[in-house]
Structures are given as C-alpha cells and as structure tokens.
Design a protein around this ligand. Structure first.
Ligand code: ADP
Length: 301
C-alpha cells in the first residue's frame, strides 16, 4: 500500500514509529508536511500538491495534525477524502475532537460518564457555575489548553471565582469541572484502534500535583482496565467517530469518567510503558480497512 503520514516532522517519535512499522510490513510510506501542501478545489477533480508535485496514488493517509494547525490540517485531510483516499481518522472527527466542549456534549448525549462540567459566557453566571459543579474544590480549564497548561485546581470558592475572573479578563473560553479527588492525581490513557483498546497506561502526577501529564513530570505504567473502563473507552472513540483515539479516563467513585478524547494520541508514552507495538497495530488496521469507498464522510459535514 502507498501510505502518507501527514506530519510536520518525521523525527517525532510517533511519526517515526509509524514509518518503521509501515516499512517493516512492506508498505510504501512517506511523511508529508501538510502545511506545505496546497489544494485545487474544483468540481469532480480535487487535487493536492506538495510544491510542484501532484500527490496521487495514495491508498491511505495517517493524519498527525498538531492542535495549533487544526484548521488547515483538517482541510488537507478533507481534500484527500474528497479524492477517495482512506483517512485513518476522518477530518470531521478530528475537528470534532479538537473542540472540548462539543466533544463533552456529544459524549453526554450518549450517556458516557463525565465529570460534571459547566460552561458560561456571562460573568454573572460564575457563582452558579461553581455551585453546579459541586462547589470548591473544583477544576477550571482553558478550552484551548493542552498538556495540562491552563488547568487549575481551585481549592476554595473565592479562589475559583478569582481564577474565573482572571481567565475571563484574558477573553479566554473556560469550563468549570467537578474535581475528581479520588482519582488521586492519576488518569488512564486508553489507546483505541479499530474499536478495541489495544494498550492502556496509568499516568500518575508527581508528588503534590493533581495533573498527571507526562509533560509535567508525571510517570506512566501499564495498567489493567476493568471491563467497564474498556467499554467506556471504546464507546467514546466510536461516538467521536475516531478509528484511532487516546481516551483519557479518571477513576471516579461512581465509575470511569471521560476527560478527553484525543485524535492524534502520542505513541512514545504508551509504547515505552507497555512494550507493545502500537504503531504496528495501527498499520495492520489500515491494511485491513483501507479501500476505496471506506471513508464514511468523504469530507462532508
Ligand atoms: P490537557 O488536555 O491540557 O492535558 P486535561 O483536561 O487532560 O488537560 O487535564 C490535565 C490533567 O489534570 C489530567 O490528566 C488529570 O490528571 C487532571 N484533571 C483534569 N481534570 C480533572 C478533574 N475534573 N478532576 C481531577 N483531575 C483532573
């Protein structure tokens, strides 16, 4: 198969891991910097170029679109879909997953367990927002944050109100969330490929830190999931329409709650901690699934 990985940098661990796995299986694989692509938007003959070169003959693409390049990256993915190239994750699902609030609304609609979450525009709603999330302590998040930046634990009602006010002053979109204390600064990253959890790790924040992000000094180890955790992760990926997803769960007293569904989950943490060839499983899934007409949306919607 001829596979393109849409990634800005072929030296990134995840990108490299996918290249190695694809080559090992005899596929023709190439890394394409999607920001260097341009598109010809014409009826019946959509085309995509990298410099002077017209990109043709691809059977599948693997989008690895950075959060800050969602808009253009998704347009490139959509263009491939219009050319009937199979995309591991479709553009519609990627843009859906990049909007935290929209994602939570979609998951809530299908009855997935979530931390109680509030969102408002009007500052006069602040007090009610704090109340409906169960009061302090509560978590306040910047909607556009990644890697734990802009995620704050407010210990008191007064602290919560001043953090909300400060973020509002910056004109940032924020959400307020019930603090799942019993998670003990740990979360579960469940790696879903083709409707199955193929690997899972528990990430534990460093001493005194409620955020478990590896970028913030957290550590990761392989973890056995309960059947309920497994099915929650699989259902969350399915609701988002993602073939490959990193579903982040917290262990709450009343069962697993979904924090986030990531459409470009990193491979380094999960492969290192579990010793599993997750990249290989992704390539095997593509080999089994990619064929003309297998793209559900063809960029529609
Ligand atoms: P980011 O997407 O920036 O990583 P997250 O929403 O995943 O932000 O939050 C970062 C970390 O903070 C999570 O991995 C988790 O450990 C912790 N955390 C986030 N929300 C909650 C919550 N409601 N209750 C308890 N811990 C939380």
């Amino acid at each position: 198969m001829k596979i393109a990985i849409l990634s800005r940098n072929k030296r990134l661990y995840s990108t490299n891991s996918l290249v190695v796995a694809a080559e090992k299986r005899g596929h023709d694989v190439r890394v394409i910097d999607y920001l260097k692509c341009h598109m010809e938007i014409t009826s019946h003959r959509p085309a995509i170029y990298l410099g002077d070169e017209k990109l043709t003959g691809y059977d599948a693409i693997i989008p690895r679109i950075g959060a800050s390049n969602t808009f253009f990256g998704c347009a490139v993915v959509r263009q491939f879909e219009m050319m009937d190239v199979f995309s591991l994750n479709e553009s519609v699902a990627i843009s859906r997953s990049r909007d935290k609030l929209r994602s939570l609304q979609l998951l809530a609609r299908k009855g997935i367990g979530l931390p109680v979450t509030g969102f408002a525009h009007d500052p006069r709603a602040t007090e009610h927002l704090v109340k409906l999330t169960g009061g302090a302590p509560l978590v306040i998040k910047l909607l556009e944050g990644t890697q734990g930046v802009g995620v704050v634990l407010a210990e008191t009602k007064a602290a919560a109100e001043s953090v909300i006010e400060a973020f509002r002053g910056l004109n940032a979109n924020i959400l307020a969330q019930e603090f799942i204390k019993e998670a003990g600064g740990a979360d579960l990253r469940c790696f879903v490929v083709g409707g199955k959890v193929v690997a899972a790790i528990k990430r534990q924040g460093k001493e005194g830190e409620f955020r478990s992000n590896l970028h913030r000094g957290g550590s990761a180890q392989i973890e056995k999931l309960t059947p309920e955790e497994r099915s929650t992760a699989v259902r969350a990926a399915k609701i988002m329409g993602l073939n490959v997803a990193g579903v982040d769960l917290l262990r709450a007293n009343h069962g697993p709650v979904v924090m986030e569904v990531n459409s470009s989950p990193g491979l380094e943490g999960i492969e290192t901690a579990t010793g599993k060839d997750v990249a290989g499983m992704i390539i095997d899934f593509i080999a089994k699934t990619a064929k003309s007409g297998a793209t559900a949306t063809k960029g529609k919607g």
